[in-house]
Design a protein around this ligand. Structure first.
Ligand code: KIV
Ligand code: ZN
Length: 407
């Protein structure tokens, strides 16, 4: 049985986004502030989280997962602050499948324009047996009760079957069918431990969608971790098999090896639209700025050769490549850096440039320096401009990073 074909539908309250393999739109669920913040060593304060959430709204993500309200007072306040202040995007709060978590999530979310309660429970044999110590039937019952309870507060309820990719397909199908019947409008099948292989995961998702008779009443979602470096590949395999929401984090940050990198998924969908044929609502020109902001506020450095946003992603070192790019860009560049918001060719800054232009360009790159930092960075810039004719954005980044590191 094929999933029913319904085109992209969004209710006026934002709740019943209906997915089907024929819908051309992929919803982007950003969990930078929840799973991303679970990166070891990362801790963002309220104003930093609000700054990131505002930038995510500009980027055009469909849902911001702002935190896990019951986890700490800081998380609760961040979810409440974002729910109050950030508009034009759905705001989700995470809750385990129990009434206390859901109450707390709702308390934090209730002022959001489009509040989403995201409740989760593990469905794999290994998690049910060792972590939950619960029989499968009890898990199914709890999942249904949690969704029904969350539904009393908001029409937009997501259920995640934690460790979904290692779950038994028959049991998972029963859970998915039951939570949709209970009112879940999004059903997420995470690859929690980053174990899946792309083709295997794609087939698993397709089989699941074929088995669940009411699947067309919810958006099917995936949430992939990067333990084997396959989070993006797995997410793309899932969308090619019918999934219409993808979860991930900017720069791929998150638990252990991280989550699927949103910028990579979005640019793969955009660059290979000829092959995959799906759209997102992302304003890709905001990608670079968002990446810089997240890196700066989390302290998680982006590796130089990281796809899309790494320092070397558009750098051509070898003579043959440079020659090719100068003759015709598409010889060695599959994306125009401007699409991502990288003004690589903007070489306007040089030794004659003033502080104003300097400050403006740094602002465009996502840096907000104090007056004292700006003065010092400007001196370094002038020094460099005396030695080098063209000052690129990369040079400016190096100047600011050196300046901030030296303090
Ligand atoms: O990795 C995971 O399974 C999660 C869920 C809570 C969605 O983060
Ligand atoms: Zn996760």
């Amino acid at each position: 049985q094929q999933p029913t074909i319904i085109d992209d539908v969004q209710e006026s309250d934002g709740s019943a986004r209906v997915s089907s393999t024929n819908s051309r739109r992929v919803y982007i669920f950003d969990t930078t502030l929840r799973d991303g913040e679970q990166s070891p060593g990362v801790s963002l304060n309220l104003s930093e989280k609000i700054q990131i959430a505002r930038q995510l709204a500009l980027l055009g993500v469909d849902i911001i997962e702002a935190g896990f309200p019951i986890a700490s007072t800081g998380d609760f306040e961040a979810v409440r602050g974002i729910a109050r202040e950030v508009r034009g995007v759905a705001v989700a709060g995470l809750a385990r499948a129990n009434f206390k978590d859901i109450d707390r999530a709702w308390e934090a979310l209730k002022e959001a324009e489009q509040p989403r309660i995201h409740t989760f429970l593990a469905t794999s044999p290994i998690h049910m047996r060792y972590k939950l110590q619960m029989e499968p039937d009890k898990v199914l019952e709890m999942a249904v009760e949690a969704v029904k309870y969350a539904k009393k507060f908001t029409s937009d309820v997501e259920f995640s079957a934690e460790d979904g990719s290692r779950s038994d397909l028959d049991f998972l199908s029963r859970v998915v069918e039951a939570v949709i019947k209970a009112g879940a409008t999004t059903v997420n099948i995470p690859d929690t431990v980053g174990y899946a292989m792309p083709q295997e995961y794609g087939n698993f998702i397709r089989s699941l969608m074929e088995r669940v008779p009411n699947i067309d009443q919810a958006v099917v979602s995936v949430h992939c971790h990067n333990d084997l470096g396959l989070a993006v590949a797995n997410s793309l395999a899932a969308v090619q098999n019918g999934v219409r929401q993808v979860e991930g984090a900017i720069n791929g940050i998150g638990e252990r090896a991280g989550n699927a990198a949103i910028e990579e998924i979005v640019m793969a969908l955009r660059t290979r639209k000829d092959f995959i044929g799906l759209n997102t609502n992302i304003n890709t020109e905001e990608i670079y700025r968002t990446s810089k902001l997240v890196s700066k506020l989390t302290g998680m450095i982006v590796q130089a050769n990281k796809a899309i946003v790494g320092k070397n992603a558009f750098a051509h070192e070898s003579g043959i490549h440079q020659d090719g790019v100068l003759k015709e860009r598409s010889t060695y560049e599959i994306m125009n850096p401007a699409m991502i918001g990288i003004n690589q060719d903007n070489l306007v800054l040089g030794k004659h440039s003033g502080r104003h232009a300097f400050r403006k360009r740094l602002g465009d790159l996502g840096y907000e320096l104090s007056e004292a930092e700006l003065n010092k960075a400007f001196v370094r810039f002038k020094d460099l401009a005396d030695k080098k004719k063209n000052i690129t954005d990369r040079d400016l980044e190096a100047i600011v990073e050196e300046e901030t590191r030296s303090h």
